[in-house]
Design a binder for this molecule. Structure first.
Ligand SMILES: C[S@@+](CC[C@H](N)C(=O)[O-])C[C@H]1O[C@@H](n2cnc3c(N)ncnc32)[C@H](O)[C@@H]1O
Length: 274
């Protein structure tokens, strides 16, 4: 077991300042244990043995600020991650969305912290399939703080391994097979998704029918989670839906009174009160 190198409050403040100055990201939203672990990974890679040396290094190695920023972003994802969540969403929630919408409405879905695009493209495929026999339109908005992840998402090329939760007929229908076991997402699906680089806390959007925010709130402090849930409450239309990751919940947050866990196991919530 390798020991963690401790970082003092003062050193951590200097590191946070550098990241905020250059990248505009407020690290005080992150749990300190998570930040320390990520900084430690960078320090070990660079053979830096103290917090003060690392904080100092950020002054003359501006590229390290970007590397640390990138390392804060855990991009693990896949198509239809946690398959049963998607099954319930498609069979139970999409019919409710159709009941709630006015004939002229376009459904607006936000994939917040979309990593390399697997989640928003899964949403685009699921809604395309579910709305096939209707004339209902929809748009997917997707954002991530990680520029490289968004660039990969915009390319839309994935390995077969990442697609393994997809039914084979959906792979045939929505992907083109390239060489080396790579698959390119169909242009029609790409056109349904708008990607942006940006922090979900400041991301400008409103009048949403669905927010997917999965597998990133675990890294945030409870105060930051509160802020984020308030944002979701504000941007969602009345009676619409929020979907969290399997290890996330809003039960212990004050805003919980304003959402009902309609499918608690799948972490699907319904906005109940304004
Ligand atoms: C583990 S991935 C989850 C991807 C996808 N939502 C899923 O569940 O498969 C978390 C993503 O959230 C992004 N992220 C973390 N904090 C963010 C923030 N404040 N705003 C936007 N994206 C963020 C990370 O860059 C990373 O790509």
């Amino acid at each position: 077991m390798t020991l963690e190198i401790s970082i003092s409050v003062n050193e951590m403040e200097q590191i946070k300042e550098k990241i905020f100055e250059k990248m505009g990201l407020d690290l005080s939203y992150y749990k300190s244990t998570f930040l320390e672990r990520r900084i430690n990974v960078r320090m070990k890679l660079l053979n830096v043995s103290s917090g003060s040396e690392y904080a100092e290094l950020l002054n003359y190695e501006p590229d390290e600020i970007t590397s640390l920023y990138d390392s804060l972003s855990i991009n693990v994802t896949k198509f239809y991650r946690d398959k049963y969540v998607w099954k319930i969403f498609e069979s139970k929630v999409i019919p409710k969305l159709l009941e709630l919408k006015k004939p002229s409405d376009t459904l607006r879905i936000w994939s917040s912290g979309c990593a390399s695009g697997e989640e928003p493209y899964s949403l685009a495929i699921m809604f395309s399939e579910a709305l096939l026999s209707t004339n209902c339109k929809f748009r997917i908005l997707a954002n991530d703080i990680n520029t490289k992840a968004i660039q990969k998402a915009q390319k839309g090329i994935y390995s077969h391994e990442i697609l393994k939760n997809l039914e084979p007929h959906l792979i045939t229908k929505y992907f083109e097979k390239l060489r080396n076991d790579q698959f390119q997402i169909d242009q029609k699906i790409k056109d349904l998704v708008t990607f942006n680089v940006g922090d979900l806390i400041t991301f400008p959007t409103s009048y949403l029918d669905v927010v997917f925010c999965r597998n990133l709130l675990i890294y945030y402090t409870k105060d930051a989670q509160d802020l984020i849930f308030k944002k979701f409450f504000k941007v969602l239309k009345e009676s619409r839906f929020l979907v969290l990751g399997m290890d996330e919940s809003l039960l212990s947050n004050p805003i919980a009174r304003s959402f009902t866990p309609i499918y608690p196991r799948e972490k699907i919530y319904h906005k109940t009160r304004s």
